[in-house]
Write a new protein. Sequence first.
Lengths: 252, 252
Amino acid sequence: MKTEIVRPSDLSAQIADAIRDGIVGGDLNVNQRLPSEAELAEEFSVSRSTVREALKRLAAQSLIRTQRGASGGAFVNRLSFEEAYAQQVTTSTLLLSMNAVSFDVACEARYALERACAPLSAQRRTPDHLATMRAEIHRQSQPGLTDEAFCASDVAFHRALVDGAGNPVLSYQLAGAVEAMQPLMNMITFTARSREEIVARHTAIADALEGRDAGGIDAALVSLEAYARDLARAVAKAKTRARQRPPPDRSA
Amino acid sequence: MKTEIVRPSDLSAQIADAIRDGIVGGDLNVNQRLPSEAELAEEFSVSRSTVREALKRLAAQSLIRTQRGASGGAFVNRLSFEEAYAQQVTTSTLLLSMNAVSFDVACEARYALERACAPLSAQRRTPDHLATMRAEIHRQSQPGLTDEAFCASDVAFHRALVDGAGNPVLSYQLAGAVEAMQPLMNMITFTARSREEIVARHTAIADALEGRDAGGIDAALVSLEAYARDLARAVAKAKTRARQRPPPDRSA
DNA sequence: GGTAGCCTAATGTCAGACATTTAATTGTAT
DNA sequence: ATACAATTAAATGTCTGACATTAGGCTACC
């Protein structure tokens, strides 16, 4: 019985796995220098190119960083929350777009996660978090704001709410989920009327957070989720109508 | 004013970014074939090795897959939940271990997220989910179980709870968080007594889920979290004592 | 008509060379 | 002795050309 189906090809993937195991398993510590490419090539009995391809794979996952010059080389990278966060956003965004995840499913996941940190945020939020949220609400009320800027402000608002929980792991997980939703959210073009509705709910959230009222935040988030789904449904219906009766030819 | 700090070096990273933008931006569709390495080399005016390094970077993120032989090449990969999940586990695990995230912080994040899907799971769980959980509880009660097997069963139990919500996005996010916690959980060696306590709480969760009692699940999860943190505190205290008075020399 | 064998295009691997970067060393003048 | 400039060495980054391997398609033969 075989323990593992080892494809003899893809040497660079095998070498990358071997080094990754060393990092994950703790044989290689943070900031420790790997052997030089030439040494690794000899160690694994492959050419330098193959080693380089393996190292690039690891670099793509932010597991190592490289430095040129004397006393340069590949070093085990301390994975920062920022790097992990950036990767997660890319992955989550693609996951949603490529698998045709419906707006409802993504929206449900997002608000379920966000509501999870509402009680913590109610306990621990600082005046800074509150000030950020108020500022974003103010920005969202400006009439001249573009749709893109409105969405970005929306993300910043929710980000502040999540950060208020004071738990970096939670922030990392949630910020990815919220930001990955953005392309889907952008499909909802916001009318002046819907912006008002959203701002009202944001204000309710901020007020509840100011009063450290966890239940109030939760209720406002539930309401916001319901409203977002209503909007999406309306947009979807409008699209269906438009497809049945296509818009007039504007080539003239 | 510069729009971007373009390091002239690291051509392979630039090319990888260019192709990644094409994929994320929708210029390249799923299962579409990229130009051959030779063609890409000419297009970007670099050598084939550089192109290959760029492609390996993308392959490391599961953005492309490659096939050898005639009519082979690099194809845009449909990112599956499984692949994304595996990547997230690796990333999250490293993030926790490399940044010295405390057990309390990680634990809080995990249970906050898990409680987020309890109401959904109460609504939608199928008999299958319940059966899985009961089976895992039964396994956890076996006296001969190793610590590793107990932890694995614990993960499977919670995974079933999360899957019960019937939202793949939620499952993807949460499973990563739960599994990334495993190394930290493993640091708590489970005594027979603590296993009993955990099984009791798992049973409470399963019972509440069977009765579709969201509040009951939530309460049991809160209790489980508190117990896990108590255990961790006890282990930490024991370690401190051991360091102050090292264990007797066992070389004899 | 089916099958075996060749053909071809593509990735996988290798070897060697040169370019570039950067820290350390050496040399020199003050 | 110190400050500064030039050299050196070690490492990654890039290029070139070659060969190995794979796998789909085509052809020729039975």
